[in-house]
Design a protein around this ligand. Structure first.
Ligand SMILES: Cc1cc2nc3c(=O)[nH]c(=O)nc-3n(C[C@H](O)[C@H](O)[C@H](O)COP(=O)(O)O)c2cc1C
Length: 150
């Protein structure tokens, strides 16, 4: 069974909190899981299955704590060889032109890196959902098998 590495991009703590709740869910299913908030590209290359949980800041931007990670991945381009991944994007639809842009940047990059998306990117709208973990954790629960099967 693959372990899961969660890369959490967060400005005010929402996405980080969701990532911690997701880790608890994975561990309750016997899946080894680590949350990275200041990752290196080696953490990404070492990951057996990748989950990105990220908010959006600025105008569709990746949060500062994952900015360097994102640009290093672009530069180093570590191919994923069909490694499974899933991206959950926290955003606010009042930013209509850049809704969930941070998540979209990762979704596009991981596809370019030839990862295997196990689901379409999940978009969580802060206007509709106060507790993002109530959407993200059950969504990931439904993906446990596709993320961790060898
Ligand atoms: C300054 C600022 C800029 C934001 N820009 C966007 C944006 O461009 N697109 C979007 O979908 N959400 C945007 N948001 C909404 C956040 O992504 C959303 O509130 C999210 O839940 C915050 O999670 P966090 O606490 O993990 O950072 C922005 C929020 C702030 C405060």
């Amino acid at each position: 069974m693959r372990s899961v590495s969660i890369f959490a991009g967060s400005v005010y703590g929402n996405a980080q909190h969701v990532a911690e709740e997701a880790k608890a869910m994975f561990e309750s299913k016997g899946v080894e899981c680590e949350v990275f908030t200041d990752p290196e590209t080696s953490d990404f290359s070492d990951a057996e299955a990748v989950v990105v949980i990220t908010s959006t800041t600025g105008q569709g931007d990746v949060p500062p704590n994952l900015e360097l990670f994102h640009s290093d991945l672009r530069d180093e381009f570590p191919l994923m060889n069909a490694k499974p991944f899933a991206v959950a994007a926290l955003g606010d639809s009042s930013y209509s032109d850049s809704f969930c842009g941070g998540g979209r940047h990762f979704q596009e990059l991981l596809i370019e890196l030839q990862g295997k998306p196990v689901a379409d990117m999940l978009e969580v709208d802060a206007i509709e959902t106060l507790a993002a973990e109530d959407e993200v954790v059950p969504w990931l629960e439904g993906l446990v098998e596709s993320l961790t099967e060898a």
